[in-house]
Design a protein around this ligand. Structure first.
Ligand SMILES: Nc1ncnc2c1ncn2[C@@H]1O[C@H](COP(=O)(O)OP(=O)(O)OP(=O)(O)O)[C@@H](O)[C@H]1O
Ligand SMILES: [Mg+2]
Length: 248
């Protein structure tokens, strides 16, 4: 199953991607986490691994990427990704598409093109999950990255902007006939009902509490090794979805 995690900047996309990957890995599932965010550098720390080399280098770097990406053929398997582009821990492999490093180096379009094509061509086996952690906002939707995933998880934090953006994403997901789910994140007693009443309730797959351990781990750049009941339940639902839709 190819899961794309998106939402407003800072809502918790990387945190939810990490919590999901770790729970699936603990259950023995294989997880390929794809970092499609060209701007942020923190996902590898949350997963507790070194930052891998940018996958765009495999295609000759950003300048050649647009043309090279077109040559990617369907049928790539996780085990066929060259090792030097992966960071691994337990059952999790992290692949980072590419980052912007320097002033004036140009836009992230080629990196988005690679993310989109890679999601299309990678073939997952039984008990394999792909989790794509995206950049903030909806550029990835505008560029069609999301069409090649099986489900979209929209992370919503308690803020008006986050709620508004999540509605926009849900409309776009419906327009391309994509299954989508909300994860309400950083929720406490005061904000729980407000958030639940702001989205389609039957589409909420998890309500993740504001958790001091998560906050402190992220602040210190430490690995995120927090086990939450809500995440376990979310993985139960995802595993059931996977079983129901045999194709994913
Ligand atoms: N459930 C939570 N409880 C407490 N803090 C949280 C929780 N989820 C996320 N955070 C905090 O929110 C901040 C942003 O989280 P994260 O980096 O996962 O967001 P993001 O959506 O990936 O951000 P970006 O858009 O910059 O990629 C971090 O400092 C993290 O500690
Ligand atoms: Mg992030």
């Amino acid at each position: 199953m190819k899961i794309l995690v998106c939402g407003k900047g800072g809502c918790g996309k990387s945190t939810i991607s990490t919590l999901l990957a770790k729970e699936i890995s603990r259950r023995g599932g294989k997880v390929l986490v794809i970092d499609t965010d060209e701007s942020n550098f923190g996902l590898h720390s949350q997963l507790g691994v070194e930052a891998p080399q940018d996958f765009m280098n495999y295609f000759g770097g950003k300048k050649l990427l647009f043309d090279q990406v077109k040559t990617l053929q369907k049928g790539w398997k996780i085990d066929e990704i060259p090792e030097e582009y992966l960071s691994e821990k337990e059952n999790i492999k992290l692949l980072a598409m590419g980052k912007i490093y320097d002033f004036g180096e140009g836009c992230a379009c080629p990196i988005n093109a690679l993310s989109s094509k890679f999601l299309e061509v990678i073939e997952l086996g039984k008990n394999e999950f792909l989790i794509a952690d995206t950049d903030a906002g909806i550029e990835h939707l505008g560029r069609g990255v999301d069409k090649n995933c099986d489900i979209i998880i929209v992370v919503v934090e308690p803020s008006r902007e986050s709620i508004k953006l999540s509605k926009k994403i849900s409309e776009m997901a419906k327009a391309i006939n994509k299954d989508f789910w909300y994860v309400l994140n950083k929720v406490d007693e005061d904000t729980r009902d407000i958030l639940l009443n702001s989205v389609e309730k039957d589409k909420v797959i998890a309500v993740i509490p504001r958790d001091e351990r998560i906050f402190k781990n992220c602040l210190s750049g430490k690995e995120l090794d927090v086990e939450l009941e809500e995440v376990k339940k979310m993985v139960d639902v995802l595993e059931n979805l996977q079983k129901k839709k045999k194709s994913i």
